[in-house]
Design a protein around this ligand. Structure first.
Ligand code: DSN
Length: 447
């Protein structure tokens, strides 16, 4: 198969860029925990004729004609989502995670209402009420935190919920490496009358594969993106649970109306087809094995980092993610480590850690994940090697620390960037990364 042949003919400039990105994905280690490699089936669904269609509304109730096949495809995606996550209602139209979460607010809250979510710098997500997100501006956001050991402080969450009586509580986050206490949050919601929404964007593939507890019994609503551990296209879903319908029999309708016409226009039908394809894949025994391997790999990576002298938030992981605490290396060193790792071909992201002594832009952590490498076929043996390579890269840039004075920072970063290309240890790791990647071909069908 020659994948980009028509683009090559029609638009050589764009073709060149696509080829470069494919090469980057093939020749590097993709370790951003929210990224993955979809199957060719998912990519073909997303690149299909469905991108041509408009279909505002829902199956059987559309505003445009010609939707007889779109209706079938959307119903298929919904049926698969309901079966996989064992819920009575699913909406597969949200464009991505942030609009999905905002639709939940639109369905349940009025401006000024109190909401609760995990604090951003404690691992939470922007859309769970952080001050720079519209969700922190429109609503009275009362964040809960993690304890000094890095685990969610459920006692604080309970106390804050009782004191503040939120309309909506979020459980789920983007930089948390332990099991989410869904059951305890369910009790808090029951005790305070709040709606409880689980945002399982990061772990939905682990839930589908049976390696993380499902929140379905404990929460009213579940949101998830579809492109992280679930390994589908970029999109999202909102699901309503049995518990949600018991609390509010009109909740399914409220969610649907909030998505359309409340927030969005026409659904991205090509993505809906990709979601349907991914959900079928996720229902198979091979996917369960994949999910288990993601977690085994994350544990092996954590153990390798630990034995190579790298400190981890909470000391390890229960899921697909590891959060490195770089504070022993100095203040605000996440940017230096991210850039050094980029140089050697390991793609990660700098991230805040709980009680970060630096800022969100120059944080003191690095977030790593194993979903994409696991898709590529890597196992514990490779994680052990990769953990050691990451530790060597971190120590290779030890001593670089973000200047206190803001005006000195850009110049310092420029000097650092120049130094990377002259660093002999990083050059060695870069060669080792390239050799490792060449043994795990990515998308061999694409040429
Ligand atoms: N950008 C996503 C992540 O990386 O976790 C969250 O929105």
């Amino acid at each position: 198969m020659v994948w980009f042949d028509r683009i090559r003919e029609a638009d050589p400039e764009l073709f060149g860029m696509l080829v470069e990105e494919l090469k980057r994905q093939r020749e590097g280690l993709e370790m951003i925990p929210s990224e993955n490699f979809t199957s060719m089936a998912v990519m073909q669904a997303v690149g299909s004729v469905l991108t041509n269609k408009y279909s505002e509304g829902y199956s059987g109730k559309r505003y445009y004609g010609g939707n007889q096949f779109i209706d079938k495809i959307e119903r298929l995606a919904i049926a698969r989502a309901k079966a996989l996550f064992v819920v009575p209602h699913a909406n597969v139209q949200p464009y991505s995670g942030s609009p999905a979460n905002f639709a939940v607010y639109m369905a349940l809250c009025k401006p000024g209402d109190t909401i609760m979510g995990q604090n951003l710098t404690d691992g939470g997500h922007l859309t769970h009420g952080w001050k720079t997100s519209v969700t922190g501006k429109l609503f009275n956001s009362v964040p809960y935190h993690v304890r000094p050991d890095g685990y969610i402080d459920i006692d604080e969450a309970r106390r804050l919920a009782k004191e503040n009586r939120p309309v909506l509580i979020w459980v789920g986050s983007t930089a948390y490496t332990r099991r989410f206490p869904f059951e305890e949050f369910g009790e808090i919601a029951d005790e305070t009358g709040a709606y409880l929404a689980a945002d399982i964007s990061h772990i939905s593939g682990l839930v589908a594969g049976g390696v993380h507890q499902s929140p379905a019994k404990f929460v009213h609503i579940i949101t998830t993106t579809t492109h992280k551990t679930l390994r589908g296209p970029r999109g999202a879903m909102i699901m309503v649970t049995e518990k949600g319908l018991e609390k509010d029999p009109g909740l399914d309708d409220k969610i649907d109306k909030a998505v359309f016409p409340g927030l969005q226009g026409g659904p991205h039908d090509h993505v809906t087809a990709g979601i349907a394809a991914a959900l079928l894949e996720a229902s198979k025994p091979e996917f369960s094995e994949y999910a288990k391997q993601i977690v085994r790999n994350a544990r092996a990576l954590a153990s390798s980092l630990d034995s190579n002298g790298i400190r981890l938030v909470t000391g390890g992981t229960d899921n697909h993610m590891v959060l490195i605490d770089l504070t022993p290396m100095g203040r605000g060193t996440g940017i230096f480590v991210q850039e050094a790792l980029d140089y050697v071909g390991i793609t990660t992201n700098k991230n805040t850690i709980p009680n970060d002594p630096s800022s969100a832009f120059y944080p003191s952590g690095i977030r790593l994940g194993t979903p994409a490498l696991t898709t590529r076929g890597m196992k514990e043996k490779e994680m052990d090697i990769i953990g050691a390579m990451i530790a060597r890269s971190i120590f290779a840039v030890k001593g670089y620390e973000m200047p206190e004075a803001k005006e000195d920072r850009q110049g310092y970063i420029m000097t650092f960037r120049e130094s990377i290309s002259k660093n002999a240890e990083l050059a060695k790791v870069r060669e080792e990364v390239a050799a490792l990647c060449s043994s795990f071909p990515l998308y061999p069908e694409i040429r």
